[in-house]
Design a binder for this molecule. Structure first.
Ligand SMILES: Cc1ncc(COP(=O)(O)O)c(C=O)c1O
Length: 292
């Protein structure tokens, strides 16, 4: 079965998986989620994703008993049933279904939803030419380190970016700090070293970001965590993104102004190659076989 759903203990076709209209995910966006990928049958960074899921659930007081009902065996069973070798797994846990009231009643059972789909690939042209970003005020809540399903600002920002011919929106705080894109973390490179914004409450602590930092160190590229203002970002030699759905992606235009030479830069390409080698090839390093 190429696409598969899981809902509260039952696997089946996606179109048959139905959630109550009283589910708090539907009513309030009261839930947390993760997106994970599988390359060639090998789950990539699942432990890190599931740890973050646990932290997100804790942060909003969502009482899911991860010890009694571990998530990983369910994912593995879904992957087995779907027979997908390269897969994207979407996993969402909401506080559960109950008559609509802001205060959740005690003892409701969380709703667990997963989908298993073939891994989408990024268009070659986007990878070659790099992404175009549109800056936008960060109107999201103050706890973006929680991976909550409440994504309306991201939806609106990305839709506006698309409407204006861009690939994504880049959130900028009221005092001009660069935060992140709608589903990726951002980095800039200056004089051969890379910087990414601090992993505060204001951004998601990307699993891909942490992996990429390790890749960079493995090939001797300096990575530091530091506040970035928009003006510095515009003057950077290179800018790139990291995220589960894109690995590492160059950015070549921000608000119609070219970044650096206006092409995906050499450091981004090196990091991308290293990332592919480490994530797909089982740790082969610099000089690996896949080109960006
Ligand atoms: C707002 C935001 N930032 C960053 C990321 C990248 O996180 P990860 O690398 O864990 O996929 C995501 C992923 O969906 C995201 O939604």
């Amino acid at each position: 079965m190429p696409e598969l759903a899981y809902l509260n203990g039952v696997f089946g076709p996606i179109e048959q998986a139905k959630v109550s209209i009283e589910d708090r995910g539907f009513q309030f966006g009261d839930g947390v989620y993760e997106v994970m990928v599988v390359y060639n049958g090998r789950p990539f960074l699942f432990a890190e994703h599931l740890q973050r899921l646990g932290r997100s659930a804790d942060a909003i007081g969502l009482e899911y008993d991860f010890d009694a009902h571990p998530i990983e065996p369910i994912i593995r069973e879904g992957l087995r049933r779907s027979e997908l070798h390269d897969a994207m797994v979407y996993l969402q846990i909401t506080r559960g279904a109950a008559p609509r009231s802001h205060v959740a009643p005690e003892g409701i059972t969380p709703t667990v939803v997963m989908t298993f789909k073939p891994l989408p690939t990024l268009p070659d042209e986007l990878r070659r030419q790099g992404a175009k970003l549109l800056t936008t005020p960060d109107i999201r809540w103050a706890r973006c380190s929680v991976k909550a399903i409440t994504l309306l600002p991201n939806v609106l920002a990305k839709t506006e970016a698309f409407r204006r011919g861009c690939d994504d929106a880049l959130f900028i705080s009221a005092d001009g700090e660069v935060r992140e894109c709608t589903s990726s973390n951002i980095f800039m490179a200056i004089d051969g070293a890379c910087i990414h914004p601090p992993r505060t409450e204001a951004v998601l602590h990307g699993v891909t970001q942490a992996f990429l930092v390790r890749c960079a160190r493995a090939i001797g590229i300096r990575m530091t965590e530091q506040k970035i203002d928009l003006e510095s970002l515009r003057r950077a030699d290179e800018v790139f993104l990291s995220g589960t759905a894109m690995d590492v992606l160059g950015v070549t235009l921000i608000d119609d102004q070219p970044v650096g030479t206006g092409r995906v830069g050499p450091l981004t390409q090196r990091l991308y190659r290293e990332f592919i080698a480490q994530s797909r090839g089982g740790g082969a390093s610099e000089g690996g076989s896949r080109s960006p």
